[in-house]
Design a protein around this ligand. Structure first.
Ligand code: NDP
Length: 400
């Protein structure tokens, strides 16, 4: 059916690429383009011949717009799937505009020098994408991504009005290390050491990092501590779900993770302010990333499950209604299938599905869109088909 250029070849990209190759009816040809070409070549060597998808690779500096444009012009993809880091979102969007190519990502832009992610930079491209007649699909991972599709699905099929959403992200996986992050450590630590916030009655309420804690009994997992974080899908759902009164996001953390993080913070290792070290400028957080386990190496040693989903409360036919949609994913099952743990898996599968929605024309329309703005039904079907089946409950435990 078409061609997709995937930028980045880390944990999430590796899963998405496995899934594109499994889905060879849609992905005739893919190009893996990333900073370290040897990783792209190793993945090509592993996957070549496992399906009819043709795979090529390229070295690419995605901070350089002209380089991206040149590669797009050479490969001529229908869709560019950005699975590099949030810092590259705008350069890749610029290159898509210049070449009139559809764009998909999983995380919103964040300037490297201020740990503040929000959609304003990417939403500023709306008119230009519209005029160019191309689509940008923002946030096609799990959260944001599947959680936002869950919201669109709940609104379409279960509610007349949704008033409250609690997004619960539980990773009960154990990798056996005292401290490691399940995806890019720099992005992960920037996210969890920032102030928390939630949306209530039309405005943001800010909290201190990890200030709000709840215990939740997750289906198929059991009781876990979880903490309120700021998360990017809150910003777009607040706009796109009419009648919404409050949206909160909670993520589980174990005590060992939190104790290590506090200690690293206290000694200055999580700072993004450059410091002078032996005549060289280094960013402490980037140095920390270099000494922590590579998330892509956690696959073989991680056991346990993830459970990510949303509890919705609102009205149907004038009556109060509660509805919980979630997915449970097993780290070892993911590893057996694609050689990655569940955090990469739960992001890489929806990334492939988002690209597929544009490649097949199932979702179309010029402009910049958050994922909940499209019809959720084909995406929900694809989740069941491609490895992330969802479950529902009409009587879940609530979060106070
Ligand atoms: P990794 O660090 O494992 O992978 C990032 C990849 O991008 C690496 O291959 C890296 O190259 C490459 N890269 C970085 N900078 C450049 C550049 N300038 N030019 C070309 N390639 C570059 O990260 P993850 O796979 O864990 O995460 C990927 C994305 O997914 C991130 O944006 C993350 O925020 C997002 N994410 C989204 C989630 C969701 O649910 N929505 C959940 C988890 C992650 P190299 O190999 O040389 O390092």
């Amino acid at each position: 059916m078409g061609k997709c250029m995937i930028i980045g070849c880390g944990g999430v990209a590796s899963v998405a690429i496995h899934k594109c190759v499994q889905n060879s009816e849609v992905f005739d040809e893919i190009m893996i383009a990333s900073r370290t070409k040897s990783k792209c070549d190793a993945l090509k060597a592993k996957l070549d011949g496992t399906s009819s998808t043709r795979i090529s690779t390229a070295q690419l500096d995605a901070d350089n717009v002209d380089e991206i444009i040149a590669l797009i012009n050479e490969f001529k993809p229908d869709v560019v799937l950005n699975l590099a880091l949030p810092y590259q979102d705008l350069t890749i969007m610029d290159a898509c505009l210049a070449t009139k190519t559809h764009y998909v990502d999983t995380a919103n832009y964040e300037p490297e020098d201020t740990a503040k992610f929000e959609y304003k930079w990417q939403w500023a491209y709306r008119d230009r994408f519209k005029e160019a007649g191309i689509t940008a699909l923002l946030g096609s991972g799990f959260d944001p991504g599947v959680t936002s599709v869950f919201a669109a699905y709940a609104l379409k099929h279960e509610f007349d009005e949704i008033n409250y959403i609690d997004i619960l992200d539980c990773n009960a996986g154990d990798h056996g290390y005292p401290f490691a992050t399940n995806f890019n450590p720099e992005i992960n630590i920037r996210e969890v050491s920032a102030n928390g916030s939630y949306w209530e009655d039309g405005h943001w309420v800010e909290t201190k990092p990890m200030e709000i804690k709840r215990v939740y009994n997750f289906p198929e997992i059991g009781e876990k501590d979880m903490y309120l974080l700021h998360h990017e899908e809150i910003e777009s759902l607040a706009l796109n779900i009419p009648g919404i009164k409050r949206i909160r996001f909670f993520m589980t953390f174990g005590q060992s993770y939190l104790t290590h993080l506090k200690c690293l913070e206290n000694v200055g290792m999580t700072s993004i302010e450059p410091i002078e070290f032996e005549g060289k400028q280094i960013v402490p957080l980037q140095f920390l990333k270099a000494v922590l386990p590579d998330p892509s190496s956690l696959g073989p040693r991680t056991v346990g499950k993830t459970n990510i989903g949303c509890i919705f409360r609102g009205k149907k036919d004038g009556k109060d209604k509660t509805y919980y949609l979630y997915n449970v994913c097993d780290h070892q099952e993911c590893y057996k299938e694609v050689g990655s743990q569940a955090v990469s898996y739960t992001t890489g599968v929806p990334a492939m599905i988002g690209a597929m929605m544009l490649m097949t024309g199932t979702w179309k329309g010029p402009g910049v869109f958050n994922i909940e703005e499209f019809d959720p039904d084909p995406f929900m079907d694809a989740l069941n088909k491609w490895g992330l089946p969802w479950k529902e409950s009409y009587d879940p435990e609530l979060v106070d």
